[in-house]
Ligand binder design. Structure first.
Ligand SMILES: Nc1ccn([C@@H]2O[C@H](COP(=O)(O)OP(=O)(O)OP(=O)(O)O)[C@@H](O)[C@H]2O)c(=O)n1
Length: 413
């Protein structure tokens, strides 16, 4: 039997990038031979085995053909007579269809090295269409490698468009869509994922809420990018520059969805888009089956973003209404992720993306001050229930007022 390193590990080695995961392909072996050598079979659907020591994945060389809709509709042929080339030709991209022998020889039958040099993500063969998830994979890789100058080859965009038109994307299970999207959001250029999907029409299939933002104008005073979808892309790019966590990036992805439903006579102000957006954010989160934390962050961001941006001009009662709704006394993390997303949004709109964002420091400071308000004294004074709640709120408002005064004195624009 012959064993080769394949896929992303070869690609990243050749790009001089760190390799996180190694996949191997085994040619000329039967499953029993691998089991006899101590390999552990994993998964029902794929002829894949785990190495007894390294736990890395070893797959028998295979050909596959489609037998139904979506990701699970495959039939495999993984006999010892399947050659390395037959295995490589059914892979997604030329840059992923190279193999390396133990002594370092690169086997590259489909021009992977040439495409790495040309910075092109290009499909290997028409077999690309066998797995519609590849549309999302290509978009995710575009998000990962955009900074190096990679783009999707025109003929691959055409093929991805055909897959989209065929309706195959609608059969992808939500978990698969979210897994790719989750990873893409954490890449260096998350916006490139959505742009690539948009280029082949897949954005409208998978994320109609976002696609509907295309061409929707917004206030040029606050948004140098007048179109909401472009603003969306820039927010994601800014979130990546600030290395924000997934929760903040997802919140940003959803924060302006309501603007798609503004009737044209309400352009470009989009009054009340927050309310309309909450429902859309909820629907999108439900469809993608994201975690509760993410779904909650999306709604929070949609509802309170505008108020947070105006934080320094707000009355203490309005600040407290927002912070109370965010449950800041018990959930400091939630506020942190929310403020990080608000900061990225503000920087995206600002003429100077490095301009300070005092609203964030102010709201975080208010939350901390409010957390310090002591409830024991009030309890000892015999207060309970609603009366205790009212007295606490009164104390908190006083603390916010004092904090605001002190903050404004300290903060010099
Ligand atoms: N739908 C898929 C999934 C995977 N592959 C092939 O299997 C390899 C390994 O897949 P995976 O580990 O999922 O991705 P990587 O390319 O290694 O990328 P990443 O660094 O994101 O893991 C890919 O390089 C590609 O050759 C494919 O052709 N089609």
């Amino acid at each position: 039997m012959d064993i080769y390193l394949v896929g992303g590990a070869v690609r990243d080695e050749l790009l001089g990038l760190p390799v996180k995961e190694r996949d191997w392909v085994v040619v000329g072996a039967t499953p029993q031979q691998l089991i006899d050598q101590g390999f552990k079979p994993v998964g029902k659907d794929f002829p894949v085995f785990l190495h007894p020591d390294t736990r890395e994945e070893y797959a028998l060389a295979r050909t596959e053909r489609k037998s139904g809709h979506g990701y699970t509709g495959f039939v495999f042929h993984a006999e010892p007579d399947v050659s390395l080339e037959q295995d490589l030709i059914r892979r997604d991209l030329t840059v992923n269809a190279m193999a390396r022998t133990a002594d370092g020889e690169i086997i590259d039958p489909f021009g992977g090295k040439r495409d790495l040099k040309a910075r092109l993500l290009r499909h290997v063969s028409p077999a690309f269409t066998e797995d519609p998830l590849r549309v999302l994979r290509v978009a995710r890789l575009a998000a990962r490698y955009r900074w190096m100058g990679f783009r999707v080859a025109e003929e691959t965009v055409e093929l991805m468009t055909r897959i989209t038109i065929s309706g195959e994307l609608t059969h992808l299970p939500a978990e698969r869509v979210w897994k790719e999207t989750n990873r893409a959001l954490m890449e260096r250029s998350p916006q490139a994922y959505f742009q690539t999907l948009h280029d082949c029409g897949a954005l409208a299939e998978l994320f109609p809420e976002l696609a509907h933002l295309d061409g929707v104008p917004q206030c040029p005073d606050h948004h140098p990018t007048v179109d909401v979808l472009t603003h969306q892309y820039r927010c994601l790019a800014q979130a990546a520059r600030q290395q924000l966590p997934l929760t903040s990036r997802y919140a940003l992805l959803c924060h302006d969805l309501g603007k798609a439903e503004t009737p044209p006579d309400g352009w470009p102000e989009h009054k009340g888009h927050e309310r309309r957006g909450e429902q859309l954010a909820r629907e999108m989160s439900q469809r993608l089956r994201v975690s509760r934390e993410l779904a909650d962050a999306a709604v929070t961001m949609t509802r309170w973003q505008r108020r947070a941006q105006r934080a320094l001009k707000l009355r203490p009662a309005d600040v407290w209404e927002m912070l109370h709704s965010l449950d800041v006394v018990r959930r400091p993390r939630r506020l942190k992720f929310f403020l990080a997303a608000c900061e990225a949004d503000a920087r995206t709109c600002a003429a100077d993306p490095k301009a300070p964002f005092p609203q964030g420091e102010y709201l975080a400071g208010v939350a901390e001050a409010v957390r310090q308000v002591d409830v024991t004294g009030l309890r000892e004074a015999g207060l309970a229930g609603q009366a205790l709640g009212l007295a606490l709120d009164e104390k908190r408002l006083k603390v916010i007022k004092e904090y605001k005064k002190e903050f404004l004195e300290r903060w010099q624009p």
